[in-house]
Design a protein around this ligand. Structure first.
Ligand code: NAD
Length: 327
């Protein structure tokens, strides 16, 4: 066996139908700030109800990619309320807003995810300003407790279920060849891909959420590579939807990266290669397969390839060809 490093991250996971009802048992804080989108607020209130007057306030100004202005406002609200814990109920944008608070105030986060984005398992934070998206790693933003209740993701519309699950799949696929890949995370990645594919086939929120949890855990230890770099640039520079962009780009990157590292992914998909398995899956579940259909302007192809190449060791002509195929 080759040498490797594996650093397990701290955190408690509670998984199962109905587990969101146990939130009061999982929170030791006495001044809880609840974070949710305006649409997710009724659900968040229902989940937080058993906390009674331990809830000191709500923050609903959640935006995708956490604009710096939102982060500053969220922090001052947490300070004003003298919050000692954050309860984030929602997708990656809501969890990301809680992380932006904790990056400075170091408050414990209890996350109750309602999508398959996986941010709740990672110590990665992100914020956007006019200069683009800034990201970093800090254990201060890693949620201390994550409560996975499949009943909460059952309300996702099918199209969002598909793209969010493909976004999770991307964490696991990338996890087998990223710089931090190791045999332990690769085991989790293969299991995650199996669970996500099975969950998409039989619409099982439980399988999907289990797969998404593992995918987030993989991403947290392996870091990212070419796929996330491309999606990061496309999302930031051309305002493409996050999860759908992952869905389109993934089979193309898997094809480019094809090699022994991707064999466990191919096996998990029962396919000869990871790329063919992902392509067949995308087709079967009606996932978006073209960047043009997401609103990417074809005339910007060369510009986008140059932007990605500036941040990646992959040669620009290869990126251009990959993006052209994804177009
Ligand atoms: P999101 O949180 O913006 O949610 C997407 C949409 O789904 C929103 O309109 C939301 O209101 C809706 N929604 C959420 N849960 C729902 C439910 N159960 N039923 C119906 N609608 C629901 O997006 P996301 O895809 O969850 O997360 C994407 C964001 O997370 C991006 O900003 C991405 O950069 C970030 N992210 C960060 C990490 C990390 O490790 N830091 C990892 C993955 C994603």
């Amino acid at each position: 066996m080759r040498a490797f490093r594996y650093e397990s991250l701290p955190g408690r996971v509670v998984f199962g139908e109905g587990s969101a009802e146990t939130v009061a048992e999982e929170i030791s804080g006495q001044r809880v700030l609840v974070l949710a989108t305006p649409r997710g607020l009724p659900l968040a209130r229902r989940i937080a109800e058993p906390l009674g007057d331990r809830v000191v306030g709500e923050f609903t100004e959640v935006r995708e990619h956490v604009p710096v202005a939102v982060a500053l406002h969220a922090r001052s609200r947490a300070r004003e309320l003298r919050a000692d814990c954050l309860l984030a109920v929602g997708g990656g944008s809501t969890v990301g807003t809680a992380k932006a608070i904790s990056l400075e105030l170091r408050l414990p986060i209890v996350a109750v995810p309602t999508t398959y984005a996986g941010s709740e398992m990672t110590p990665v934070w992100g914020m956007t300003s006019s200069e683009g998206k800034q990201t970093g790693r800090s254990l201060d933003v890693l949620p201390s407790v994550v409560i996975y209740d499949p009943a909460l993701t059952a309300s996702l519309p099918r199209a969002l279920t598909v793209t969010s699950a493909m976004n999770a799949m991307a964490h696991s696929v990338e996890g087998v060849y990223a710089a931090g890949a190791n045999p332990i995370s690769s085991l989790m990645a293969a299991e995650s891909v199996r669970a996500l594919a099975a969950g998409l086939a039989d619409s099982s929120a439980e399988s999907l959420l289990y797969g998404a949890y593992l995918a987030g855990a993989v991403f947290a230890v392996t870091g990212s590579g070419l796929h996330h770099k491309i999606c990061h640039v496309l999302g930031g520079a051309y305002d493409l939807p996050h999860a759908a962009t992952h869905s389109v780009v993934l089979p193309h990157v898997a094809e480019y990266m094809d090699g022994p590292a991707l064999a466990p992914i191919a096996a998990a998909l029962n396919a000869s290669t990871a790329a063919s398995g992902l392509r067949e899956l995308a087709h079967r579940v009606d996932a978006p397969t073209s960047l043009a259909s997401l609103g990417f302007p074809p005339a910007k192809l060369a510009e986008a390839a140059a932007l990605v190449a500036a941040q990646s060791p992959v040669p620009e002509p290869d990126i251009h060809a990959l993006l052209a195929a994804a177009l």
